[in-house]
Design a protein around this ligand. Structure first.
Ligand code: 13P
Length: 267
């Protein structure tokens, strides 16, 4: 049977980005059912991290549920302000997310970049704010179809990550998510080999910016049309340590099956 190549130091992370879906009541029901589903399947949480990224208004409810029932599910925000406090209408401080026991926060998702004009400099400032407040930024990078045609697969994500990491102190605890924009919500995932061809140079950028130890310990996720049917292929790659899942993270059976990717690895 083939085995995953993720080193023991890098526990795989399966993360669900809910985007603008599920209100706080739906979130409570969803997280409860997800926890039951994973428990029924006897998932070994020593070997995998499972995280959800609900809308901000859900996080207090998720915190209460996870805390009260000691559920083995981590969570985080979908965005964070680069500012700590002040006259920034609509923004959410990393301090507020940390106060709700968030472990992670997404920064630089392609939808934030495209719809809200976030540059690599802004994403770097957000990642730095996350680290400052004790959150682990899940730094999203990825090329558009146009970039892919003009510059090949890795040039744009590598340049994005280099700029973002320049804003972080050495030794920062981060996660990197490689999400090719053309694969997001398209049903057309990258191949595992394509993802690996980008993940390897991304790990080299982490080594350059934050040191070899951080590079060896940092999880690099693939995102873009991940499903239970294709997850195992990605996790077999040397530099892919998990997935950032959009649409399929809203279906409990499907997401639970993705978390149990080890079952599909030998297929
Ligand atoms: P899909 O899984 O729906 O393609 O979305 C990926 C994504 O954007 C996760 O952040």
């Amino acid at each position: 049977m083939a085995s995953v190549t993720t080193p023991a130091a890098r526990i795989p992370l399966i993360a669900g980005n809910w985007k603008l879906n599920l209100d706080h009541l739906q979130a409570i029901a969803f997280v409860q059912k997800l926890a039951w589903s994973l428990k029924d399947a006897s998932v070994d949480f020593d070997g995998i991290d499972v995280a959800v990224f609900p809308p901000f208004t859900d996080i207090r409810s998720v915190q209460t549920l996870v805390g009260a029932d000691k559920l083995p599910i981590q969570y985080g925000g979908q965005d964070v302000s680069q500012h700590d406090s002040g006259a920034y209408t609509g923004e959410i401080s990393g301090a507020f997310l940390a106060a709700l026991d968030c472990r992670y926060v997404l920064v630089g998702h392609s939808e934030r970049r495209t719809l809200h004009g976030e540059t690599d400099e802004i994403v770097g400032a957000k990642a730095a704010a996350a680290v400052k407040h004790g959150l682990v930024p899940v730094i999203c990078v990825g090329e558009t179809a146009d970039d892919l045609e003009k510059h090949g697969p890795s040039a744009v994500p590598v340049a994005q990550l280099r700029t973002i990491l320049a804003a972080l102190p050495a030794g920062s605890d981060i996660v990197v998510a490689y999400e090719p924009v053309w694969a997001i919500g398209s049903g057309q995932a990258a191949t595992p080999d394509q993802a690996q061809q980008v993940a390897a140079p991304l790990r080299a950028v982490i080594a350059e910016a934050l040191g070899d130890d951080v590079a060896a310990a940092t999880r690099i996720l693939y995102g873009g049309s991940v499903k239970s049917g294709n997850i195992a292929g990605f996790l077999r790659e040397a530099d892919i340590d998990g997935a950032l899942v959009g649409g399929a993270s809203l279906d409990i059976d499907e997401f639970s099956s993705i978390v149990r990717f080890q079952k599909h690895v030998g297929v």
